[in-house]
Design a protein around this ligand. Sequence first.
Ligand code: SAH
Length: 487
Amino acid sequence: MKKDDLITLKIEDLSSEGLGIGRHDGITFFVKDTVIGDVVEAKVMKMKKTYGHARLMRLIEESPDRVEPPCPVTRQCGGCQIQAMRYQAQLAFKENKVRNNLRRIGGIENPPMEPIIGMDAFNVEDAVAGEEAPAGMEAFLGAKALADGVTPLRYRNKAQFPIGRSRDGRLIAGFYAGRTHTIIECRDCLLGSKVNAWILDAVLKHMERYGIEPYDETTGSGLVRHVMTRVGFRTGQIMVCLVVNGRSLPHSEELCETLAAIPGMTSITLNSNLEKTNVIMGKDLKVLWGTEYIEDLIGDVCFRISPLSFYQVNPLQTQKLYEKVLEYAGLTGQETVWDLYCGIGTISLFLAQKARKVYGVELVPEAIRDARQNAELNGITNAEFYVGRAEDVLPQKYAEEGIRADVIVVDPPRKGCEESVLETMVQMQPQRIVYVSCDSATLARDLKYLSKRGCEVQKVCPVDMFGNSVHCECVVLMSRVKDFLID
Ligand code: SAH
């Protein structure tokens, strides 16, 4: 087998990045833009000893799970790796991925899986129909894109569009094509709110009118870098943040006037990012119109969200995720709960209503500032927050103050928990551990560690927060079955 050979492959699986996997002569090939069940003709692009990469040339036989992707730029953009896959098949793929990782990496032979929580009809179709939609949502969910009714769209409350020029010199907004910095033109990402297109139209028109240049990454010249938007699905409040390579935007009052006419507009801010960096937002923020933040609700808890705070991007599924966390936490009102990697305290405050006391730990000081503010905003007095790395704060508090917990919730970033965090968790001997994870491989590794030390996995529930992408969220309940074991 060598480069440029044409081969026939049956796609049997998907890699964690969403590439189709097929075998030919004992060699595994990865093929982009394929779906499990496809039979394809592919051209060998790269060969290694045991695997290769091939390019899709022709669909010989279409998978029954293949659907027409509603987004016209899905292949170039790459943000939705599995948009061409029927939604039910996407869910089955994610459920399997979690199960396999728990088996292979976690050593849990029969993971006690609950069915994956997908985005259901209420989230999309009913909401579009209008009547049962949560307040403010009708405006942001597009009926048109849902024509074939199988794929959840318009579920994201946040978008960040880079601004630039096309090859032929036009001003454009869009998304970076997978792993590159080429902008794929797209003002209306189908995962996001329809209002994004109106906002981008206004910003680009303004730039044209006053000859304002977009930022050029290679030379570091030009002004406008990104437009970030957020929509509170429950409140209908809209935020626009203009990220610029400078301290101001010419004639910004005029742009604000246009943007303020969009129903729901609440916050327009200017973020200065003067660095030559891939990081989108800078640190300096100035309010141009309205307030610095918008508000949104999860359950009964109201959150104040500023442009720099982290907030879950799929609010409808977040509510289901947190309800699962609450169910697994099994709170009666008497418990002391630790919420590690708490961000702006969303889980902490959701649980505080049912617990005696909640302690949150988070690395980013601004997030903790938001968490404290959000506690106050909701009149929640039994939540306390610490800034610091979980691996420093928890062992230190345990050694110095002998802190205890009935329930520990963790929601770490992709790389999972440091061993010192897990070790202290075991020493604290909580009744239950609820592990929320966005990467089932590191989740499985951490569950294995805990399983060897007296904890047992009771329930596993995947939750689909990122429809059309390969990512999957997961909640696990562990309980203490033996006292702390040392190996
Ligand atoms: N539970 C929150 C946020 C989860 S995202 C929610 O549901 O909204 C993970 C969070 O972990 C981020 O806010 C990140 O800043 C924080 N983080 C990353 N590394 C950390 C560490 N070592 N210790 C504490 N927090 C950390």
